[in-house]
Design a protein around this ligand. Structure first.
Ligand code: ADP
Ligand code: MG
Length: 345
C-alpha cells in the first residue's frame, strides 16, 4: 500500500465519494438517508438537536510531518464529538468536508477515512455527508457533528451556581506535553534524518496529542445516574481558559486547588524533563478533550466512587474571583494565559 499512489483525478470526485461512502453503513435509527443524495434525512425523535462544527487547517492545526492521516481523521471527528458531549448530548451524525491539494492521493484519503470510520464506530455516529473540493493551500478539513439531548437535559456553559463542585474527567496537560515531544523529535530529525524518533517512553502523551478521545461515556453515565451538571464545557484550550468561560457565562467565581489537578505521571515526568511546569501544562496546555463541569453537592455524592472524575474545587460568588490555591499555600488568580507566578520563571 505504501508504494501505490493513485491520483484523485483518476477516480474523479464522484468516484472518490463512492469509494468513501462504500465503507460506511448506518449505525443509528435516526439516520434515515445517509450519503448519496442531495441531502441526508434525519429522524428526530423529539428533544433537541445540537450542532457543532470545527475546521482544521494544515500548518495551523496539524503538522503532517508527524501526524498519521488515520489519526488525523480520528481526531477531526473526536474533537467535534467532544463538543456534542459538552452539551450533554449523545452524538449521532457527522459530515466531513475536505479540501485536497494534488499532493494527496486516493490512498491518502483512504487512510484519513480509516480514522474517520474508527471514530464513527467508537462513538456510534453515522457519516451522513460532506463535500470534497480541491485546495491550493494544503489539507483543509471541516467536520460538523450533530447529537440529541432531551429538552430539560441540555447543559450550557451558563448555569454554574455558588457552592457547586467543579469536576474534570481524566487527566490534563498530556496532549500539550505530547506535542512538545513530537516537535522536539521533529527538530532532531530535521537536524539528522538518520535519527529514528524515540517515542516509546512517551506513548501515552503522544497518543493523547495524536488521537484524543471524546468523553461520551460520561454522558451516558450522567443519564444512568440521573445527573444533569449545572454547567459544562470541553477542555480544548486549557483548563484555565475553560474555567473562565464557565465563570463568565454563569456569573460566578471559581476556586480550584493545584494539588487536585489530575496529571498523569508520564505527563508530569516529561514536563519536568522538558523544563516545563506540569501545572502550567494542565492549566494552559489544551487539547485534552476532557469534560469540565459543575454539579450540585447532591449530584457530587453520586459521582464520588467514579475513578475517572476528579473534584478540583468549587464555585464561589463572582466577587471572590477565579482563584487557584497553590501547593505552596498561596492564592493566585486564574488567567487564560497562565498566571504571573509562572510567568516569572
Ligand atoms: P451535491 O452536488 O448535491 O452537493 P455531491 O456530489 O457534493 O453532491 O455529494 C454527493 C453525496 O456525497 C452527498 O450525500 C454528500 O453529502 C456526500 N459527500 C461528498 N463529499 C463527501 C465527503 N468528503 N465525505 C463524505 N460524504 C461526502
Ligand atoms: Mg456537494
Amino acid at each position: 500500500m505504501e508504494n501505490r499512489r493513485t491520483e484523485i483525478s483518476d477516480l474523479g470526485e464522484f468516484g472518490l465519494i463512492d469509494r468513501i461512502s462504500q465503507n460506511f453503513t448506518s449505525l443509528n435509527k435516526e439516520t434515515q438517508l445517509g450519503i448519496g443524495d442531495d441531502a441526508a434525512v434525519l429522524n428526530s425523535l423529539g428533544g433537541c438537536t445540537v450542532v457543532t462544527t470545527d475546521m482544521l487547517l494544515e500548518g495551523v492545526h496539524f503538522d503532517l510531518s508527524f501526524t498519521p492521516l488515520q489519526h488525523l481523521g480520528y481526531k477531526a471527528v473526536a474533537v467535534n464529538i467532544s463538543d456534542v458531549a459538552a452539551m450533554n448530548a449523545i452524538p449521532k451524525h457527522i459530515t466531513v468536508n475536505l479540501g485536497l491539494s494534488n499532493r494527496f492521493s486516493v490512498e491518502a484519503v483512504d487512510e484519513f477515512y480509516k480514522g474517520v470510520k474508527a471514530a464513527c464506530e467508537d462513538y456510534n455516529v453515522d457519516l451522513i455527508g460532506g463535500d470534497t473540493t480541491s485546495s491550493i493551500s494544503g489539507l483543509i478539513i471541516s467536520v460538523t457533528a450533530m447529537g440529541i439531548v432531551g429538552q430539560d437535559k441540555v447543559v450550557k456553559r451558563s448555569g454554574a451556581k455558588d457552592k457547586d463542585v467543579i469536576c474534570v474527567t481524566g487527566d490534563l496537560g498530556a496532549a500539550f506535553i505530547g506535542l512538545q515531544v513530537l516537535e522536539r523529535e521533529k527538530q532532531v530529525f530535521i537536524a539528522n534524518p538518520d535519527m529514528q524518533p524515540q517515542l516509546d517512553k512517551y506513548d501515552y502523551i503522544v497518543q493523547r496529542q495524536l488521537k484524543p478521545a471524546a468523553r461520551t461515556g460520561v454522558i451516558h453515565e450522567f443519564a444512568e445516574l440521573n445527573i444533569v451538571p449545572s454547567s459544562m464545557i470541553d477542555v480544548s484550550d486549557g483548563l484555565a481558559s475553560e474555567l473562565l468561560h464557565l465563570s463568565k457565562q454563569s456569573g460566578v467565581g471559581m476556586r480550584i486547588y493545584e494539588d487536585k489537578l489530575p496529571i498523569d505521571k508520564q505527563t508530569y515526568d516529561t514536563a519536568v524533563e522538558l523544563g516545563l511546569d506540569p501545572t502550567t501544562a494542565a492549566l494552559n496546555g489544551g487539547e485534552d478533550y476532557e469534560l469540565l463541569f459543575t454539579v450540585s453537592m447532591e449530584d457530587m455524592e453520586k459521582l464520588k466512587k467514579h475513578s475517572d472524575i476528579h473534584f478540583i474545587g468549587y464555585v464561589q460568588s463572582s466577587d471572590k474571583g477565579n482563584i487557584m490555591a497553590t501547593k505552596g499555600g498561596n492564592e493566585v488568580e486564574v488567567t487564560a494565559q497562565g498566571w504571573s507566578h509562572f510567568k516569572k520563571k
